[in-house]
Design a binder for this molecule. Structure first.
Ligand code: QV4
Ligand code: CA
Length: 473
């Protein structure tokens, strides 16, 4: 079904936000493949607006001009090369699909691929879309045509989101053009799609569009009959009529409440036991995509507030590592660039381009790229999550600022807020000597015949402990 990623059981994807295709290809080969990542969520690959007046912001790329693969990250040839090289090392590509709308009103061409357009005339010849392909005004209940009232689903789905020209998803031609875009990407070899602004699309329209998509490409190494993976960006924090549950028939949904729960739990460890809160309407594990932060809420856009980011490295490390150790949802890691203001594009965007991602001798990134996915503890916990896949949390322990639990009999995780912990705990694991992952196996841990082990944490930057069956660092 649409909710199953196809990456040989690997458990984590990383959003390489604003990276160029050539850099992603290199990162798959030199890092993500060996580290056991399932895939990469890439920035929207279609032609987008170019806005010098706004300082070439990152959000240019959420205003589609056409479905030509000509973006700030590269052209179609570079995109195809990336997909092939990542696939070859078992790392799959997930495309950020912006199909609720085209550009904002007032925008005119040319776009990043040189295509002309005029948003106020609803004229996008690069697809082509014309005025008949946008949601008719009489379907939008708001007085100014914009979304103002999130309590009215008709308004949320039929009006313009921040002035973005809204595609009429009920129309066969629009569905076919979107499916054609998806099928082009499937033919190139991608594994799936993050559907941007899915809350602003009718689930029935998504079902129809997805129904027109091909199975994944066997030439790209996917088993025959495999459906593309779909997850839908629906910001549901409770309190609005549109819920994630409406989208379960068309794949997974983004679970924004998880990131908030993690932030609260890192602040106060006694709340960590309830990070999955079905009583709050959170999606069940097999329907949720989870993340500590995303490209919006890390900079105060959609769903911001009470969110941990790379700006608090220690708390962020704890939040991401706890999430990776947990058994809830399908996990996405954010990989960011440093920024001073919330519109600022990636390194190099001040001149309209994007800089390469340089890798330092110690494996960290330079050039203004944060590369959270390369932070030691986070990288190690990606391996842990693969090793314990399919098991559930057991042997829960929480006391003050310390927490620990096992994943079935496959792994044991512990975290101590102030980096100082010594305790004998039941690990639920088979007797033996294990490599402690965060120390890179500098520390060896003995699990006794009765499953107990001495758990020690003495590290204030990465106050985390992890062992797992079959993990040798
Ligand atoms: C401006 C005015 C409007 C006016 C309009 C038209 O503010 O009042 O009507 O011009 O004249 C940018 C600007 C925004 C501008 C708009 C249109 O920030 O000021 O409107 O462009 O030109 C990203 C950014 C937005 C950005 C958008 C398009 O976050 O700021 O808007 O890209 O470039 C809700 C949704 C959720 C959404 C979240 C941000 O439910 O779906 O808001 N999240 C996704 C993406 C997000 C992206 C979009 C949706 C839109 O994750 O990154 O928005 O594709 O919660
Ligand atoms: Ca819409």
């Amino acid at each position: 079904g649409y909710d199953q990623p196809s990456c040989d059981g690997r458990q984590t994807i990383v959003h390489l936000f604003e990276w160029k295709w050539a850099d992603i290809a290199a990162e798959c080969e030199r890092f993500l493949g060996p580290a056991g990542f399932c895939g990469v969520q890439v920035s929207p690959p279609m032609e987008h607006i170019v806005s010098a007046g706004d300082g070439y912001p990152w959000w240019q790329r959420y205003q589609p001009v056409s479905y030509k693969l000509e973006s700030r990250s590269g052209n179609e040839e570079q995109f195809t090369d990336m997909v092939q090289r990542c696939n070859a090392v078992g790392v799959r590509i997930i495309v950020d699909a912006v199909v609720n709308h085209m550009t904002g009103l007032g925008r005119v061409g040319p776009g990043s691929g040189g295509t002309d357009f005029n948003a106020d005339n609803l004229d996008f010849p690069g697809v082509p879309f014309s005025s008949m392909d946008f949601t008719p005004k009489d379907q939008c209940p708001s007085s100014n045509g914009m979304i103002n009232n999130y309590n009215d689903p008709n308004e949320v789905r039929n009006c313009y989101l921040v002035g973005l020209t809204d595609l009429y998803g009920a129309k066969d031609y629009v569905r076919e053009k979107i499916a054609e875009y998806f099928n082009h990407l499937i033919d190139i070899g991608v594994m799936g799609f993050r559907v941007d602004a899915a809350k602003h699309m009718w689930p029935g329209d998504l079902e129809a569009i997805q129904g027109l998509t091909k199975d994944l490409s066997t030439a790209a190494g996917f088993p025959s009959g495999r459906r593309p993976f779909f997850f839908h960006e629906v910001i549901d924090q409770g309190g609005e009529p549109i819920t994630v549950q409406e989208y379960f028939g068309v794949g997974r949904t983004t679970e924004f409440r998880f990131g908030k729960k993690i932030a609260w739990g890192i602040n106060s460890f006694d709340q960590l036991g309830g990070v999955y809160d079905p009583g709050w309407g959170m999606a069940p594990s097999e329907k949720a995509v989870v993340f500590v932060d995303n490209h919006d809420n890390q900079r105060g856009h959609g769903g911001a507030g009470d969110i941990l980011t790379h700006k608090q490295p220690k708390e962020y490390t704890m939040g991401v590592c706890f999430s990776l150790a947990h058994d809830y949802g399908f996990m996405r890691i954010m990989s960011s660039y440093y920024f001073d203001n919330s519109d600022q594009g990636p390194p190099g965007s001040s001149y309209g381009g994007t800089d390469d991602v340089p890798i330092n001798g110690d494996g960290t990134c330079g050039g203004g790229w944060v590369c959270e996915h390369r932070w030691n503890a986070i990288t190690q916990m990606v391996k842990f999550r693969n090793a314990v896949a399919g098991t559930q949390i057991a042997n829960w322990f929480q006391e003050g600022d310390n927490v620990a639990f096992s994943r079935g009999d496959k792994g044991f995780f512990a975290m101590s807020k102030y980096g100082s912990f010594d305790r004998t705990l039941q690990t639920g694991m088979p007797a033996g000597t294990y490599c402690e992952l965060i120390s890179g196996c500098a520390n060896q841990v003995t699990v006794n015949g009765d499953g107990t082990a001495q758990i020690s944490i003495h590290n204030s930057d990465e106050p985390i402990f992890a062992i797992c069956v079959g993990c040798d660092g």
